[in-house]
Design a protein around this ligand. Structure first.
Ligand code: GTP
Ligand code: MG
Length: 572
């Protein structure tokens, strides 16, 4: 196998891995726009941009012309330098700041096919000719014989512009570069923003040359040596530095030829030498590829952090509705349902002292008394109503507490408050909950009646049930099921309630037998709790469906990590 074939197979392999990484990075878009994660979100955009604008197109066509991007502060003389190198005005220079607002790409006419399509900078539309005014979102293509084939120069808008779109565009263009030509001046070379970008270039292994422009000759040596020191500090000590002295421009607005002779010679030599060009291209490509691991790691950390934050929100919702369920269980056990209205209605129902005295005399009499009471429509209906209302109120209160707890806890976090802002309805229980609860309690009463009917197996039992009516028995069973704990009547504080239901229990036991009543009450509670669990799950899912959608899966994060690791392996 020739060296060339083996190299191109390797490039193909790396390309496949980089494309996979690109897809995973694309998929890892953080679902939420969090102020705390904005740096990570920007970094992700930048990484995607660099893959699309440089790494992938470069791997796809390693022989495409070298793209030298000229970047720097506004008014540093970028456009003037480019014109001066080519000895004609290809990019307008000017006194208004910033002058260059959309990029100008100068290439040899023979290289036009490399730049006409969307191979690089796919997000920018191509324009040709001299537009009357700057057109945002475009790159102007200028064919020029002055430039050798194999190298193109791009005049970028300033990097520290007051126009934020300019800054973003400049960063994008710099990421697309095989070579940065960094223009700065004696006045501006120590500014912070250019050095941030230079550090980025250094981190990404991008080839950089520094053009120190418009330096007064007396200050030249001093400025140059300070600049070299700064370059060393940023790991850019191997970058060539070209100085251009401050001069009057000639009548064509160009820097006199002798003053840029060295820079021109270097660029011309680079343009004319295939090997030198491909060395620059590979230096930047290799550097970019090497930097992908660390850049992806930062993204992985950001995605994982957001996953954990959203996971916390979900846990809050699970916990709150679990507690709501426990609250209902507790409320059924502690006899609270049998106080107040229910107790009053019950006493009304069974009568007062006289009734209880009769109970003492024997269950048979009780049966007679209660039997007639249940058959009288009104007290049954009222007790039934009170019980129904009590259960519904308990379920609603627990659900409302859960919703309020979730909303309060969420509001206390950055992620939670962002989600709540998008979903204000989550601040309280769902709109139709009251009707749902009403329906649930009615359905459960149906369950209880089914239990009663199912127990009426023998003809003897059936006859006894008939004496009280299925509804009456069902009502007793409901009462009893709220006062039972493992078959024993509960706690002192529910003595009144217990006393109340003791009577109901005696009646039921006379009909079905002690063991059967215990089982029936247990089953009634179980069926209610099943329905409550379903209801609360639906309430809770209003939150957890959203958090689920917002959360990157662990598998997704691992795919991203694997994709980044695979690039290192592919290049070893
Ligand atoms: N005398 C003198 N003037 C210069 C020199 N270089 C640039 N200028 C002037 O400085 C101004 C800014 O130059 P440009 O080339 O437009 O600067 P730029 O870096 O392209 O600026 P932006 O496009 O805004 O980022 C223009 O008026 C130029 O004529 C120089 O070496 N000597
Ligand atoms: Mg300019």
């Amino acid at each position: 196998m020739s060296e060339r074939t083996s190299r191109s197979i390797d490039a193909g392999d790396v390309l496949a891995r980089v494309t996979t990484l690109r897809d995973e990075v694309e998929r890892s878009r953080p679902a939420l726009d969090l102020p705390s994660a904005s740096a990570a979100a920007d970094e992700r955009e930048a990484l995607l941009g660099q893959l699309d604008d440089h790494v992938i197109p470069r791997l796809e066509s390693i022989d495409a012309p070298l793209l030298a991007v000229v970047g720097g502060s506004t008014g540093s003389g970028k456009s003037t330098l480019i014109n001066s190198i080519l000895r004609r005005e290809v990019s307008r220079s000017g006194v208004l700041r910033p002058t260059t607002t959309s990029p100008v790409l100068i290439h040899h006419p023979a290289d036009a096919p490399w730049f006409r399509d969307a191979r690089i900078l796919p997000s920018l539309a191509r324009v040709t000719g001299e537009p009357a005014e700057a057109q945002p979102g475009t790159v102007r293509l200028v064919p020029s014989d002055e430039l050798a084939p194999g190298m193109a120069i791009l005049d970028a808008p300033d990097i520290d512009s007051v126009v934020s779109a300019n800054r973003a565009l400049a960063a994008q263009l710099l990421a697309a570069a095989d070579l940065w030509l960094f223009v700065t001046t004696a006045a501006r070379y120590a500014d912070a923003i250019p050095w941030e970008l230079l550090q980025q270039a250094s981190d990404r292994g991008t080839a950089v040359a520094i053009l120190l422009d418009r330096v007064d000759r007396p200050a030249m040596a001093e400025v140059r040596s300070h600049l070299l020191e700064m370059l060393r500090e940023h790991g850019l000590e191997t970058s060539p530095v070209f100085t251009v002295p401050e001069t009057d421009l000639d009548e064509g607005g160009l820097v006199p030829e002798p003053d840029i002779a060295r820079l021109r010679a270097w660029l011309t030599a680079l343009a004319g030498d295939d090997r030198a060009r491909s060395l620059v291209v590979s230096q930047t490509l290799e550097g970019n590829l090497r930097s992908l691991g660390a850049r992806t790691e930062a993204l992985v950390t950001a995605v994982r952090t957001q996953r954990e934050q959203v996971g916390c929100l979900a846990r809050t919702a699970y916990d709150a509705y679990d507690r709501a369920e426990e609250g209902v269980t507790e409320g059924m056990r502690d006899g609270q349902l049998l106080r107040g209205e229910v107790l009053a209605r019950w006493q009304e129902f069974v009568g007062t002292g006289e009734f209880f005295r009769k109970v003492e005399q024997g269950v048979a009499r009780v049966r007679d008394r209660v039997g007639s009471a249940v058959s009288g429509a009104s007290p049954t209906a009222e007790l039934d109503e009170a019980l129904h209302t009590g259960v519904a109120a308990l379920l609603l209160a627990e659900a409302d507490t859960a919703a309020a707890t979730v909303a309060r806890t969420w509001r206390g976090t950055e992620v939670g408050s962002v989600v709540l802002e998008d979903h204000p309805e989550l601040a309280r229980s769902s709109r139709g909950l009251e009707e749902e609860v009403e329906r649930l309690v009615r359905d459960w009463q149906g369950d209880v009646l089914d239990i009663v009917r199912a127990e009426g197996g023998s003809r003897r039992t059936n006859a006894r049930i008939a004496a009280y009516g299925v509804n009456g028995i069902g009502l007793f069973l409901m009462l009893v099921s709220f006062a039972h704990t493992g078959g024993a009547l509960v706690a002192p504080e529910v003595a009144i309630a217990g006393g109340t239901t003791a009577l109901a229990q005696k009646v039921l036991e006379a009909v079905f037998g002690t063991q059967a009543v215990r089982e029936m009450a247990k089953r009634a509670r179980l069926l209610l709790m099943e329905r409550v669990a379903l209801l609360y799950t639906a309430e809770r899912e209003r939150y957890t469906d959203i958090t689920g959608d917002l959360m990157a899966t662990e598998a997704q994060i691992r795919r991203l990590e694997r994709a980044a690791a695979a690039i290192g392996e592919g290049r070893r």
